[in-house]
Ligand binder design. Structure first.
Ligand code: BTN
Length: 273
């Protein structure tokens, strides 16, 4: 049995039967180390695709590149979804890109005109990070995917100072832009609905529609960016993402390269202008 006996503290977020996959089974918790860790255990124990874990607080929230994801209680969204797409493991980044498109679409309903995507999968609000996505995968036989856990964090009602001094200039919440609190249940429902729609597009029609949508929401397309990958940094004009989710720099030149890992370093005040 894969259930973990989650307590339902998100009363307004009920499993919705019009959800084809994501959110059709919800497990909600008041406090966990990391929703990704709970989802990982449940997936290992055989939980089906679509099982979604939400917590009110994380005491060990994980970010990309070994970072901590600040997860104060009662204010933000911390959610992980178990997916079992019939894709090869090398195409798993498509699922994360799809989640980024979905979160950007959902948040645009609250802050039209202010939301953009930063490669590989940060969602920005007025040029500052409002959401991050951490995907963790277990491969199956012959290069297939057994499961992917897609972990999504969205800063909804946190104040800059509660995310700590390191983040208060680079991170932002919906509340800080809208100047009023936003219902976490409403944001959660929008994210789930949007992710369900885009994931169904990905598995039924392939990656092209998702990729097109990602490109149109990415703030960096056509701009010069600097990328840090470990100890190396390099610069180029961001042109597109390829079918594996890699960022294409300087497409038409002899310096053209496809970047599969690293992060864009933001110089100047605001990357969206
Ligand atoms: C990033 O570094 O941008 C990714 C952050 C991902 C945070 C989410 S919150 C829900 C899930 N559980 C975790 O421990 N991390 C992800």
């Amino acid at each position: 049995m894969y259930g973990c006996g989650g307590k339902n503290i998100y009363m307004a977020v009920e499993p919705m039967h019009h959800h084809k996959i994501i959110g059709r089974e919800l497990h909600t918790f008041s406090s966990v180390a990391s929703t990704n860790s709970i989802a990982l255990q449940m997936a290992q124990a055989g939980a089906p695709e679509g099982v979604t874990i939400i917590a009110d607080e994380q005491t060990g929230g994980r970010g990309r590149l070994g970072r901590v994801w600040q997860s104060p209680p009662g204010v933000n969204l911390y959610m992980s979804v178990i997916l079992r797409p019939a894709l090869s493991a090398s195409d798993a980044p498509r699922v994360t890109i799809t989640a980024g498109v979905a979160v950007a679409e959902a948040l645009t309903r609250f802050c039209p005109g202010d939301v953009s995507i930063k490669w590989p999968n940060d969602v920005l609000l007025k040029g500052r990070k409002v959401s991050g996505i951490l995907s963790e995968m277990k491969t199956g036989e012959h290069g297939t995917i057994d499961f992917v856990i897609v972990g999504i964090g969205v800063n909804i009602n946190s104040d800059g100072d509660c995310l700590g001094p390191a983040l208060c200039h680079s991170a932002i919440s919906l509340k800080e832009v809208l100047l009023h609190e936003v219902s976490r249940a409403e944001v959660t429902n929008e994210v789930i609905m949007s992710f369900d729609t885009w994931y169904n597009i990905l598995i039924s029609r392939g990656f092209n529609d998702v990729r097109k949508q990602w490109r149109s929401r990415c703030a960096m397309m056509g701009k010069e960016v600097t990328i840090r990958d470990g100890d190396t940094t390099f610069t180029g004009v961001a042109e597109d993402i390829d079918m594996t989710g890699a960022l294409i720099l300087d497409a038409q030149t002899s310096n053209s390269r496809h970047v599969i890992s690293g992060e864009i370093i933001i110089t100047g005040e605001c990357i969206c202008c």
